[in-house]
Design a protein around this ligand. Structure first.
Ligand code: ADE
Ligand code: ZN
Length: 352
């Protein structure tokens, strides 16, 4: 089996994908037309030039990303966005997804909180029924807004605790450390939400932020966070507590100067529960298979097929699902390994 076929056939879990980052230009145009709205500026620029979006780091990416969300108005729109992503994920043999969403990016422009959550949940239900894919929602707070706004959003979410499994923190990290939201996450934990948060790549004070996430906020997971490679002490705590990292190679390569494959594989080989994910696939133009392939095909990393399976074992292990479901998926991976690798389990990928 060639490498792309191996990756396609591998049963996978996606733990770091922003639903708003799955808004393709095609779907945005459809929704703009349906809602009688003008195309957001970056989309009409895309149409005029026929080229790709223009951004080079997290801040400039977010400047394109948020204005595009104006086309999302009704529960039907949010449902269509979830169905669109889950259909692609299913086609890539993704078995389970934990989907970030940013309610404040919608409530701040007048869309009611229940419209967002009910729409996304309806889309998930439809995809689950039609495709059998498993999915759940993680609500992210926007860290470049106030802690008060985050707390009010947490309060809005309480009637939807049955459909939101956890909370996260995203958007522009500069000058917005995890500690700014300590009270919000403390309350979220008390309400029974699991906790993750972005520690984006190569941000100022990144090790301080990672330390706060682990020690002050007591996160269950970290999104990105691979700069931890520079702190053996934090790695040791991470491993002790079994905290996983959701890395996103293609995204890294776009918002920084490197895809950080070396760091991801080094952490994997040190026993950290690192995983591979797609972040904002409609913008970074790579879903889960493309992200796995990016890592697997880097000549200098010598990633083995056994390690690719290990990355997915990590993903199911740190996913927020029942132990019954986890065992089911892990058995699926065992079977896949037995069928594909047999005694060749340690073969080196490159040149195969
Ligand atoms: N929102 C959407 N994608 C993000 C990312 N990669 N980092 C921070 N916030 C985000
Ligand atoms: Zn992200």
């Amino acid at each position: 089996m060639d490498l792309p076929s191996f990756i396609s056939a591998l049963p996978k879990a996606e733990l770091h994908v922003h639903l708003e980052g799955c808004l393709t230009p095609g779907l945005a145009r459809t929704l703009a037309a349906r809602n009688n709205l003008p195309l957001p500026p970056s989309l009409s620029a895309l149409d005029q030039t026929g080229s790709s979006y223009s951004f080079h780091d997290l801040t400039t990416f977010l400047q394109v990303y948020y204005p595009n969300l104006s086309v999302l108005q009704t529960a039907h729109d949010f449902a269509d966005l979830a169905i669109s992503y889950l259909t692609t994920a299913h086609a890539q043999n993704v078995k389970h997804c934990e989907l970030f969403f940013d309610p404040q990016a919608h409530t701040a422009r007048g869309v009611p909180f229940p419209t967002v959550v009910r729409g996304y949940q309806a889309g998930i239900n439809t995809a689950q029924r039609a495709l059998g894919i498993s999915a759940s929602l993680i609500m992210c707070f926007l860290r470049d807004h106030s802690a008060e706004f985050a707390m009010a959003t947490l309060m809005d979410s309480l009637p939807f605790k049955d459909v939101i499994i956890g909370v996260g923190l995203d958007s522009d990290e500069r000058d917005n450390p995890p500690s700014k939201f300590a009270a919000v996450f403390q309350r979220a934990a008390k309400e029974g939400f699991l906790i993750t948060m972005h520690c984006d790549i190569d941000q100022p004070d990144t090790l301080t932020h990672i330390g706060q996430a682990i020690n002050e906020i007591q996160v269950d997971r970290i999104d990105h966070g691979t700069n931890i490679i520079d702190s053996p002490e934090l790695i040791s705590t991470l491993k002790q507590r079994g905290i996983g990292l959701t890395a996103c190679p293609i995204s890294n390569g776009i918002v920084t100067d490197d895809f950080k494959g070396k760091e991801i594989i080094e952490l994997l080989r040190q026993g950290v529960r690192v995983t591979v994910n797609s972040d904002d696939p409609a913008y970074f133009r790579g879903y889960l298979n493309e992200n796995m392939l990016k890592l697997a095909s880097a000549a200098d990393l010598n990633v083995t097929r056994k390690e690719l399976i290990h990355l997915q074992r990590n993903a199911f292990t740190i996913s927020w699902i029942s132990s019954w479901k986890r065992n089911h998926f892990l058995q699926m991976l065992d079977e896949f390994e037995r069928l594909t690798l047999g005694s060749e389990a340690t073969q080196v990928l490159n040149g195969v």
